[in-house]
Design a protein around this ligand. Structure first.
Ligand SMILES: [Zn+2]
Length: 434
């Protein structure tokens, strides 16, 4: 390790305030050499840190909501680059349809498309139970029970598990060993501190083997200011990157670094919308003719009477909106075979927003804090830290949804092939070990 690389690494041992300044400044100057230097650095550190309690490495899955893939090129992100320089950067993942937080987070922990796990949107209506789902009213297990998230699978295998604010993790009778209900006031540092304590365990309770950690940025700022707002996104992505620095620092401080599998990922990207690109449903259809279940960028409608005539009006409504009856939804979307998929769905082109009426974009704070008035694009980034640093091979993800990349360590392979809607494939080698 060169002197420069050593000083970069040592900056993670210094108090937090010093660390932030030193890392950002050093990496900007040093990045090309750092890519090589840290592969060695992690191995050496892993060999030194024999204090971790687990004979098998636990898995920590961290999601930064709405992290668009090109943020990595547009913004400095020195800590994230430092992290993946020691592991694997997946070039691109394809999220499941629809590009919303809840469906995609549940796909990440179940390996299933939305039509199979049943969390189809942020707002849903179930025609059998006649219940309504929203992200503020989501704890009824009925909505979630078609699939088993990793924290339950691992619990069934005899492991302790944890989740901090991951969608679905606070559902009645379906919780991991440790969890927190959603609370936006809880800082990333507080969430992380609990996670590392749970992974470490204590005399009374063994550490958890699977933990999932959710953070709502940069999604929240992307909604408020737009992903093309360089000033706002620079600020929030600096905070996100600082949190990744904090994550690395905390793992090192607790002795978990080098003894843990870490996946940093996201659920969807985001596209810039504009009040100049609105699609008004009232221009095409009288509001008495339908019930609206969800809105933009994918709207879900229940026609009051004749589905075909409502569909006919909507299909000619706007050149930047495509209407589908339920049975005509394309196979590639994997979004047809569920009772909660409504009789008509409308898909706006990227950058366009569906509204009922008016000339304004819906505002985030007038809807809800994890809904999507700006519509996301179908790509996001995933980073995986390898425990073993040999044979790195970054590559694009294949079709479908999975937490990706073979070889996160000898003991966990994250390829979840989804060759049909019913296939569910977990990181078997990890789950099968006791
Ligand atoms: Zn999201």
């Amino acid at each position: 390790m060169s002197e420069n690389e050593k000083s970069l690494w040592e900056s993670y041992s210094s108090p937090l305030g010093d660390r932030k300044v030193s890392v950002c400044r050093t990496i900007n100057r040093m990045f090309p050499r750092m890519l090589l230097g840290f592969l060695w650095g992690v191995s050496a550190l892993a060999a030194k840190n024999d204090s971790a309690q687990h004979s098998q490495p636990p898995l920590l899955l961290v999601s930064f909501d709405g992290f668009r893939a090109d943020y990595l090129q547009r913004f400095p992100m020195p800590n994230l680059k430092l992290l993946y320089s020691q592991g694997v950067l997946v070039d691109q993942l394809t999220n499941v349809f629809i590009t919303k937080t809840f469906p995609n987070h549940y796909s990440l922990v179940t390996g299933l498309y939305a039509e199979s796990h049943g969390i189809l949107a942020s707002s849903m209506y179930d025609p059998i139970s006649h219940k309504h789902f929203s992200i503020r009213n989501d704890s009824d297990p009925m909505w979630w029970s078609a699939a088993q998230p990793l924290w339950l699978t691992a619990l069934d295998s005899g492991y302790k598990t944890a989740a901090v604010m991951w969608p679905g993790s606070d559902v009645t009778n379906r919780t991991p060993t440790h969890y927190f209900p959603y609370n936006s006031d809880m800082t990333f540092q507080q969430r992380l501190g609990n996670v590392t304590n749970w992974i470490l365990g204590d005399e009374k309770e063994p550490g958890v083997m699977f933990a999932a950690l959710y953070w709502e940025e940069p999604d929240r700022s992307g909604h408020l200011f737009g992903p093309e707002n360089t000033t706002a996104m620079t600020k929030v992505l600096k905070e996100v990157d600082d949190n990744i620095g904090l994550l690395m620092y905390e793992l090192k401080r607790t002795g978990l670094w080098g003894h843990i599998n870490l996946i940093v990922t996201s659920d969807h990207g985001m596209a810039q919308c504009s009040a100049d690109r609105l699609i008004r449903l009232d221009d095409c259809l009288h509001p008495d003719n339908y019930t609206l279940v969800d809105l933009t960028p994918v709207a879900a409608l229940i026609p009051k009477e004749d589905t075909e005539s409502v569909f006919s009006l909507l299909s000619k409504c706007h050149p930047h909106m495509t209407a589908y009856t339920k049975k005509s939804i394309p196979d590639r979307l994997h979004y047809r075979n569920h009772v909660r998929v409504q009789p008509i769905i409308l898909i706006a082109d990227e950058g366009w927003t569906i509204v009922k009426r008016g000339n304004k974009l819906p505002r985030l704070d007038m809807i809800d804090d994890r809904m999507t008035p700006l519509d996301p694009v179908e790509e996001f980034m995933s980073v995986c830290q390898q425990r073993e640093t040999s044979a790195l091979s970054p590559r694009p993800a294949s079709h479908g949804v999975r937490v990706v990349e073979k070889g996160c360590s000898k003991s966990c392979a994250f390829i979840w092939p989804v060759t049909s809607q019913e296939v569910r494939s977990y990181p078997v080698s990890w789950l099968c070990r006791k």
